[in-house]
Design a protein. Structure first.
Length: 287
């Protein structure tokens, strides 16, 4: 049996679906089973990685785990001890490509701590290290629904965002027990924020535009949901991508045998979030 932690998150939800469709026996760990809304046939259990007492029951009969990262000193110790006790053989950790940077920064250091904890356990492991999630751009949805400009900084910096469904597909592959594999993955294109806002408009048939604003304005918004070191790291990476764009990697296609999903495909999948019916311009009729 495979246990998926963070099962209602951007990657976890897609991974649960991917594994269930492949006929795997899946257990999903979530704080709120009643509202999880996961695939039929999935064993949904209540639990929390930060509450070790909830873990033994969730790990019973499990031999493989998809592990969502929990940050902080010793944050994964309770889970790893419980997993070893339960006889888990293999762990796939959701990490970040920031661990590969010459200066990992605050975010990279948090993920490196998780990687070290998992690598130091008695279980085999694999690390999935995605670049920027396309799902992060759902933060623009409210502005686009209102017809307002998407406001941001360093709009011309080149990133290679990846579809969360492709991260899940690579994670599903990584759940085949192996010794110390790492998967660094991006989307198929290097795109700026200006490019991505344009593609949203072209895909959905709506008017969109990007408006450059001062770094301090964006930082203040980020601080509503991120610690200051994380906000500064993200802004520094965006700034760096203006002169050194992130290069797209072929990992998704090499692992899955199909091309990575494009940004336009991701937008169409999330059309409703941006105020349009899937595949239709906002306001168009559906028959």
């Amino acid at each position: 049996m495979i246990l998926v932690t963070g099962a209602t998150g951007n990657v976890g939800r897609n991974l649960v679906r991917e594994l269930a469709d492949a006929g795997e026996e899946v257990r999903a760990l979530t704080r709120e089973p009643a509202t999880a809304g996961l695939s039929d046939g999935v064993d949904v259990v209540e639990g929390d990685l930060t509450r070790p007492a909830t873990l033994p029951a969730a790990l019973q009969g499990v031999d493989r785990v998809f592990l969502f990262p929990v940050h902080g000193p010793g944050a994964l110790d309770g889970f790893l001890a419980a997993a070893e006790q339960a006889g888990v053989r293999h762990i796939v950790l959701l990490s970040s490509d920031s661990v590969t940077f010459s200066e990992p920064g605050w975010i990279g250091e948090q993920h490196l701590a998780c990687e070290r904890a998992v690598a130091g356990s008695a279980m085999s492991w694999a690390f999935v290290r995605p670049s920027l999630f396309m799902a992060n751009d759902l933060g623009w949805a409210r502005q686009i629904r209102r017809g307002a400009a998407v406001r941001g900084v360093y709009g011309d910096g080149g990133m290679a965002p990846v579809d969360e469904r492709d991260i899940a597909a690579v994670a599903a592959h990584a759940l085949t027990p192996s010794a110390g594999k790492t998967y660094e993955l991006t989307g198929p294109q290097t795109l700026s924020q200006v490019d991505r806002v344009r593609i949203i408009g072209e895909t959905l048939g709506v008017d969109t535009r990007f408006e450059e604003v001062p770094r301090g304005d964006v930082r203040r918004e980020l601080l509503h949901r991120l610690p200051a070191p994380a906000a500064d790291f993200l802004l520094d990476q965006l700034a760096a991508s203006r002169t050194k764009p992130v290069q797209a990697l072929p990992t998704v296609e090499k692992v899955t045998g199909r091309p990575a999903r494009t940004y336009a495909q991701w937008v169409a999948h999330h059309a409703a979030a941006f105020g349009a019916e899937q595949g239709l311009p906002r306001g168009a009729a559906s028959y």
